[in-house]
Design a protein. Structure first.
Length: 400
């Protein structure tokens, strides 16, 4: 690993570019980043030695005359990341390879009503599945409803888990100690926003909203767990914005009353009928749309992404959002903010949680970035990945 700031900066720029563009050549890397070919080759050699990058022939066509072109990519065999969305009544889990491709998914009722025991049991169960038991877990991403300090992995406030601001839970530390891999924890809507940045990593999507809509089952003795919940992930300049206190995106309608028990002007009883009563749903979606329009127009967002477990109403929601954004726009011109469903449904936050981990691993470095922290993070992932036994890893083409 390179220790000086300049060398570390170049190292991570090369790594991210390879992750973003599968099949990129050393020559193309040199042109994109503005480094000489010898420097790029040195960094690529180090990455291949670590096992996180592999070189491969772009064409196996025997008719091709001369030396076959060699491309670079992150190794899908290096290991996998688990993304988990923890909700009181259901956990969703996905496994992603380092390129962000999904290789496994599962949904199950939690074995505990507390976050750490519930996630621990779910991970232990998933690791025994036939698809994953011969692969190596290199990291965990966890999505939760509430206020989460993504840097420390501490959950500060979560109404769904009946946790108030006095009882802080160090989810990240507990899971790292249990599984021996790096762990990232964030709000579920923020994770969904990270998912957009990973899925669209080759597109220039920088300023956007992600609206996560989740209908909940009725729970006894839970005065602050409504029938529908909305969270907002905010993407600004290609990063997910956490806010001053990591509470950005904690949504409450401007039309909600003074009683803090609901996000909307709906009564708590009405909130549990949103998915069953068309009239209640219509009130809900139009109230939400007017709030989203204000944010999308005020901050000049290029996209509004939507997902959750209400995708059977996709057309109604998209039409309401489009109309509200145009109606709220201050000018006569047509507003071109695009409203899109990502199509991940109830797995949106779990996929986003895994994507968040990948974005952290392949972070775009800048001068002033905590490069020492990035080095420590990558080292911990490589240590986890080194436990993988892949017979042909030494066949990587280092001298191509």
């Amino acid at each position: 690993m390179f220790e000086s700031e300049k060398k570390s900066l170049n190292f991570f720029r090369v790594l991210r570019s390879i992750w973003q563009t599968e099949g990129i050549s050393r020559v193309a890397l040199s042109r994109r980043i503005g480094l000489d070919k010898s420097t790029v080759s040195l960094i690529v050699k180090e990455l291949i030695k670590m096992g996180i990058v592999e070189a491969y022939r772009l064409s196996e066509d025997v008719a091709v005359i001369g030396r076959k072109p060699i491309g670079l990519r992150v190794s899908s065999r290096f290991g996998f990341v688990l993304g988990i969305n923890a909700q009181p009544d259901v956990y969703t889990v996905v496994a992603l390879d380092l390129a962000g491709r999904e290789i496994y998914r599962e949904q199950a009722t939690p074995e505990s009503d507390r976050v750490v025991p519930g996630v621990t049991a779910m991970v232990e169960k998933v690791l025994t599945t036939a698809v994953l038991d011969q692969m190596c877990l290199v990291g965990l991403g966890v999505a939760l409803s509430g206020i989460v300090d993504s840097e420390s992995g501490v959950v500060t406030l979560s109404f769904p888990f009946e946790q108030d601001s006095v009882e802080k839970v160090s989810v990240g530390l507990a899971l790292t100690e249990r599984f021996g891999v790096p762990v990232m924890v964030d709000n579920d809507a923020n994770c969904c926003a990270w998912g957009v940045l990973t899925e669209r990593k080759n597109e220039d999507i920088r300023n956007f909203l992600f609206v996560l809509i989740e209908a909940h089952k009725r729970r006894a003795n839970s005065a602050r767990y409504d029938g529908v919940g909305v969270g907002i992930g905010i993407g600004i300049d290609g990063r997910v914005y956490g806010g001053t206190r990591q509470a950005a995106g904690e949504f409450r309608s401007v039309f909600a009353g003074p009683v803090k028990s609901s996000q909307f002007s709906l009564s708590r009883e009405e909130s549990f009928r949103v998915t069953e009563d068309d009239a209640v749903f219509d009130r809900f979606v139009h109230e939400l749309a007017r709030n989203i329009a204000l944010l999308a127009n005020t901050f000049d967002m290029s996209h509004v992404f939507v997902d959750g477990n209400v995708n059977d109403r996709q057309t109604v929601i998209q039409t309401a959002f489009d109309s509200a954004i145009q109606e709220n726009w201050a000018y006569d011109s047509t507003r071109d903010s695009r409203v899109e469903f990502t199509g991940r449904g109830e797995y949106a936050a779990a996929i986003g949680a895994g994507s968040m981990f990948l974005q952290r691993l392949f972070l775009e470095p800048e001068y002033g970035t905590d490069l020492a922290g990035m080095n420590r993070w990558l080292r911990s992932v490589v240590r986890a990945g080194s436990r993988t036994r892949i017979a042909d890893r030494d066949n990587a083409i280092e001298t191509a």
